[in-house]
Ligand binder design. Sequence first.
Ligand SMILES: Nc1ncnc2c1ncn2[C@@H]1O[C@H](COP(=O)(O)OP(=O)(O)OP(=O)(O)O)[C@@H](O)[C@H]1O
Ligand SMILES: [Mg+2]
Length: 449
Amino acid sequence: MRKPKILIVDDEIEQRQLLAGFLKKRDFDVETAGSLAEAEKVFSQRGFDVAVLDLRLPDGDGIELLKKLRAIDPDIGAVMLTAYATISSAADGIKAGAEEFLEKPVELAQLEAILHRLVERRQIVRENRALTELVRGSFPDDVVAESPQMKEVLNIVARVAPTDAPVLITGESGTGKELVANLLHRDSLRSKKPFFAINCAAIPETLLESELFGYEPGAFTGAKKRQLGKFELASGGSAFLDEIGDFPPTLQAKILRFLEDGTFYRLGGSEPINPDVRIISATNRDIDEMVKSKEFREDLFYRLNLIRIHIPPLRERPQDLLKLAEIYVEKFAKKHNKAVKGFSDDARDRLLRYEWRGNVRELRNTIERAVILTRTEYISGKSMPQQVGGEEIVEIFTEKSLRTLAEVEREHIENVLRYCNFNQSEAAKILGIHRNTLRNKIKEYEIEC
Ligand SMILES: Nc1ncnc2c1ncn2[C@@H]1O[C@H](COP(=O)(O)OP(=O)(O)OP(=O)(O)O)[C@@H](O)[C@H]1O
Ligand SMILES: [Mg+2]
């Protein structure tokens, strides 16, 4: 357990020393400040659990200071001290949000009890906040593992989940990497603590850094409050670095340092943070090849890759494929109110022959379409979507696919241009329009050529 961090702000040096000395002996981590300005400075560089504030300060008062501290960290606990507890100053203190008001001379045992209570309360508030931030329902429904390969995957999951070893999950897109990451957390001793998933490919580099490590007020323009990073928020739990193959090189170095000594600094901060997080990462890229070609740091790779779980593509797992197809038929028949029961032999053959580059995700979408389109109880080969070898050509309209004609036109022009390697005369010929008309449309739709 880390020591609770207390900031004592009082202009009288003996008072500061007395309180700090006592609290240090009681295993608190204590810092002191003699004025409002000094306290603000200390506070914007490192975090505290509770502030003990003198009501009267040479350059302002404790109430004003507390407001400033709360602007940086809304969860900071506060005890207000005063030599002359008048009713009105006590009321002001409470209004400013101080949980406790103590009269000087301070009863040390009482202060200690109050601090323990406030530290504990702060912990609960933070954990609740971290938990509500989690994507709800991210825990997997039933995991299908009919194939020997998937059984082996679950076997490894069961063995490594309870350990803190970093795990790297590889596999093509849609094979279930995120699902396995969720399982690793759910079956670990950390399951009651947060699980944070960070998609490294979807977040711009600068943002990614502050997302992961957090920042202090003033670290960059617009940084007003202290913001905890995902690693800190996930403390006690697991952090899932998704698409790690797309992790920017500068951050690769920073994350390596964190993995090596367990410590990092928030952006603009000087306080070492050492959260207890289990790191799970995943990528659909060929990371072994990326290491060879020096696109990905070898030292970082070895840290992340302590345990490797590779999920084979769906086309190599016919047992899972058929089982998943069955489950999806049942699920989508219910959802779309159709009396569909399964597949014809021909349809099943086509499912098994198809490549499924998008793996389980593609299978799921395909089956949903087939269920909607079929007119028979058993889906026939013919009524399967075209790419699977069927003849279905009807466009399914979902809210997302409802677009204006202009949007459809733009996309079609772009596709044809790409097909002709952006040769405009050829594209105009295919589109059956004059070259000038095409040029105008390219301008109008701001298509990049
Ligand atoms: N064995 C399985 N049993 C049940 N559902 C599965 C299985 N494998 C994958 N899925 C489902 O398939 C979908 C895609 O899985 P997931 O998002 O975990 O893939 P991924 O490997 O992370 O893909 P990407 O690389 O594109 O991010 C999810 O809805 C997931 O629940
Ligand atoms: Mg994924």
